[in-house]
Design a protein around this ligand. Structure first.
Ligand code: KIV
Length: 274
């Protein structure tokens, strides 16, 4: 066996080096088929804990477990050849302290093959980010609206307006100083996200944070029009696959009830032709 296993074509330092260049393209993915589609066009496939709401019908991301992230992470990694996978650390898997975070990040990386994790939090997570990065765990940070804190934030609100701006700025600075290789800015006002992007030397990846970020991320089911329970203002639907699927299922149901499906071309002859 060779001493060096093949490494992924894109690794966290490559992402960091894209600062200020052509914007980074990021989408979430949770399954192998979606990962294959994302791989063809994106730099990063984020296995977000949004999987809980999008695929499992959960009311928030709070109930997502490490086992769910490992299962979906493995499925996504199988579908990628060039885009870099990043796996979200779920609620409760890292907040106790650096040792807990390391143990669970190591599981996510070892059991999925992903080269990086993402975790939510700014200044209060800086010690944990530093601990992880010093031990071989590249971290994508996530500040502004952090959905795992929805109950303390009081909803999915814009974070960083008025007096709150300096706190979000300090959160972003703390994540960079702790060694994060990139940072997600979620629902941060556009002026503030431009300021953060201008000041930090790591790429900012925006979701509802304006066009000045170093990259953009969306939840794939949102942008494909497959998740229709609600549509955040920052989502642009590039397709209406939910409506197309609804129509297809309605057509199928009607044809089955009318005995119009299956047709003769979908059946098998009783005898093989000689
Ligand atoms: O879980 C997720 O999909 C995310 C993105 C929205 C950034 O964290």
């Amino acid at each position: 066996m060779s001493a060096t296993a093949p490494v992924r074509p894109v690794l966290p330092p490559d992402i960091t080096s894209r600062k200020g260049g052509v914007p980074l393209v990021v989408l979430t993915a949770y399954t192998t088929p979606m990962a294959r589609l994302v791989d063809a066009h994106c730099d990063i496939a984020l296995v977000g804990d949004s999987v809980g709401m999008v695929l499992h019908g959960m009311p928030s991301t709070i109930g997502v477990t490490l086992e769910m992230m490992i299962l979906h992470g493995r499925a996504v990694v199988r579908g990628l050849q060039k885009a870099m996978p990043v796996i979200d650390m779920p609620f409760g898997s890292y907040e106790e302290g650096p040792a807990q975070a390391y143990r669970n990040a190591a599981r996510l990386m070892a059991e999925t093959g992903a080269p990086a994790v993402k975790l939510e939090g700014g200044q209060h997570m800086a010690e944990t980010i530093a601990f992880l990065t010093a031990r071989g765990v590249p971290v994508m940070a996530h500040v502004g609206l952090t959905p795992q804190a929805v109950n303390t934030l009081g909803g999915y609100k814009v974070v960083g307006r008025d007096a709150e701006a300096e706190r979000v700025m300090a959160d972003a600075r703390a994540c960079e100083a702790a060694g994060a290789f990139s940072i997600v800015l979620e629902k941060v006002p556009v002026g503030l996200s431009a300021r953060i992007t201008g000041e930090l030397s790591i790429p900012t990846i925006g979701i509802g944070a304006g066009v000045d970020c170093d990259g953009q991320v969306l939840v794939i089911d949102d942008m494909l029009g497959m998740f229709t329970a609600f549509k955040p203002k920052f989502v642009k639907r590039y397709a209406e696959l939910g409506a197309a699927a609804d129509q297809a299922i309605a057509d199928y149901a009607a044809e089955v009830r009318a005995r119009a499906f299956p047709g003769p071309e979908h059946g098998f002859a009783d005898q093989v032709k000689s």
